[in-house]
Design a protein around this ligand. Structure first.
Ligand SMILES: Cc1cc2nc3c(=O)[nH]c(=O)nc-3n(C[C@H](O)[C@H](O)[C@H](O)COP(=O)(O)OP(=O)(O)OC[C@H]3O[C@@H](n4cnc5c(N)ncnc54)[C@H](O)[C@@H]3O)c2cc1C
Length: 479
């Protein structure tokens, strides 16, 4: 489709990386008209952000791609350290915990970023959406009613614009929003996707080669025949040409240059940590790397980016389709900027070896307690907490239905735990109601679970709930 005259859409999403695609899927399933524009002619081809944290798996499951993620990804392999061609020993790169009732994913999942994007694009198309490739935003202007964006193919008018255009964000620069930060590591690094002859290196381990020049890692990428190479350069600069990559592997590992049968993609980067001063300017929102960039060490960037989109999607839906006050959109920056700031600190500490990749990196403990949309407490939970999984206990003989099955979709859920807890409102398209007699992770009470899986409101009965729901554009009384 070519844009010759001014087209209109409710939300213009700039960038088809993980954050733009996740937002587009969320908006499409809500019935919000959105258009994604992407400057590149196709999806990004590299494996970059390969670690999917447990919380992001829950988000992807809610967006309807849980099965694809399970099929195409795999467990992170055990680390194996080498020095001078000798195996030094193995160690776990990540915290591994067994799945529990409340937390169905206990450890990070590996999948190349290009696959995550491919899965999200397929889901978007299934939901009726599309990406306009080879279409870059070059400028924008906003007024009280909307945003007019200049694209390389024409102009487009939108009620809201979301900058999902990565660390060098054109939108952020056009708005003049400063992004302060620091260099996490002065040494540049090379990242590449390579094929290695089967007999030369096993795919059971994440291989780590220690040496004078800096670390070199080769991680088998599940669902592919590739390894992701990451190499630090304490001296000199990375050479991203195929021959340069082969020579590097031969120089730093026991492999020969010929063992590298293909170099599929290569790039260089300098680990930095930076946070945009604001995540919103009028009708424009920044999500993902456009708002914060991290060291890759903690596996936080893609995850935080997808969760930005997940936080913003339902709020845009409520304002655009359900009459929620526009002030609801202020909560995006209020909730997400502190989370991003914490994640920056965490990934920098992990990069510098000052902290392990522990529970915090898995993002399950992350929440919005004390935030502008969090009200009350009941049982074991306080508003703002992630709504845990658990048995939905609705009489199915096999007990297989889960609370996450009840939550899955764009709706709110009113959950009553305990036989005596009142559940006085009817179900409708935007509200699912559900009762369980007991749930270990909740305790007794009434919980309004937001579409993004956090407890918004909690109490022993529904006192004050209607007024709270009004602020979110949720009419509890009418079906
Ligand atoms: C080596 C490495 C390893 C990493 N490992 C991890 C990891 O294990 N876990 C993790 O969570 N993260 C990791 N990351 C970080 C992760 O890759 C990023 O955080 C993630 O890609 C951010 O997604 P995004 O959608 O916000 O931005 P991007 O993926 O950068 O996407 C932005 C998109 O916008 C497009 N665009 C830019 N400007 C315009 C314009 N003007 N008009 C139209 N389109 C435009 C770009 O072409 C691009 O497709 C890693 C990064 C690196 C470099």
């Amino acid at each position: 489709m070519k844009l010759n005259s001014v087209k209109e859409t409710a939300v213009l999403i700039v960038g088809a990386g993980p954050s733009g695609l996740a937002l587009a899927c969320d908006l499409a399933r809500r019935g919000v008209r959105a258009q994604v524009v992407e400057q590149a002619p196709a999806l990004f081809p590299g494996s970059r952000g390969k670690g999917i944290q447990p919380r992001t798996r829950e988000v992807l499951d809610d967006l309807g791609v849980g099965d694809a993620v399970r099929t195409h990804g795999g467990q992170a392999p055990t680390g194996l350290t080498w020095e001078g061609g000798e195996r030094l020993g193995t160690y776990e790169m990540f915290r591994r915990a067994a799945p529990t009732e409340a937390e169905p994913y206990g450890e990070p999942w590996l999948m190349p970023q290009w696959r995550t994007q491919e899965i999200l694009l397929a889901r978007l198309r299934e939901l009726g959406g599309e990406v306009l490739f080879a279409t870059a935003l070059t400028g924008l202007a906003q007024d009280d009613d909307g945003v007019t964006a200049q694209l390389t193919t024409g102009r487009i008018r939108a009620s809201y614009l979301v900058a999902a255009d990565g660390g060098r964000s054109t939108v952020r620069r056009a708005l003049g929003i400063p992004m302060e930060g620091e260099t996490v590591d002065p040494a540049p690094a090379l990242v590449a996707d390579v094929r290695i002859a089967e007999a030369a290196l096993d795919r059971l381990n994440w291989h780590i080669f220690v040496g004078e020049a800096g670390y070199t890692t080769l991680c088998p990428l599940p669902g592919t025949a590739d390894f992701q190479l990451v190499a630090q350069f304490k001296h000199g600069a990375p050479d991203t040409a195929s021959d340069g990559v082969r020579k590097l592997i031969a120089a730093r590992t026991h492999l020969a240059a010929d063992d590298v049968t293909e170099v599929r993609w290569a790039s260089d980067f300098r680990p930095r940590a930076a946070l945009a001063d604001r995540f919103r300017a009028g009708r424009v929102f920044l999500v993902g790397d456009a708002a914060h960039i991290h060291s890759p060490a903690g596996g936080q960037g893609l995850n935080t980016s997808v969760q930005d989109a997940y936080n913003l999607g339902w709020k845009l839906g409520q304002v655009l389709l359900h009459g929620a006050p526009a002030a609801l959109l202020d909560s995006y920056e209020q909730e997400r900027r502190p989370v991003a700031a914490d994640m920056l600190g965490l990934s920098t500490r992990i990069h510098r070896g000052e902290q392990e990749r522990g529970a915090a990196a898995q993002q399950l403990v992350l929440g919005y307690r004390g935030g502008p949309l969090s009200h009350g407490r009941a049982g074991l939970l306080e508003a703002g907490d992630r709504a845990p999984d658990g048995r939905a206990d609705d009489g199915r003989a096999d007990g297989s239905r889960r609370l996450f099955d009840v939550y899955r979709g764009p709706h709110f859920t009113l959950l009553a735990v305990g036989a005596e807890t009142p559940l006085p409102y009817p179900e409708h398209a935007l509200l699912r109601t559900h009762r369980v007699d007991a749930c270990e992770a909740y305790g007794t009470g009434l919980f309004l679970v937001r579409p993004d899986g956090y407890v918004g409101w909690a109490g022993e009965d529904d006192h004050g709930l209607v007024a709270y729901a009004d602020r979110l554009g949720l009419d509890l009384k009418s079906a």
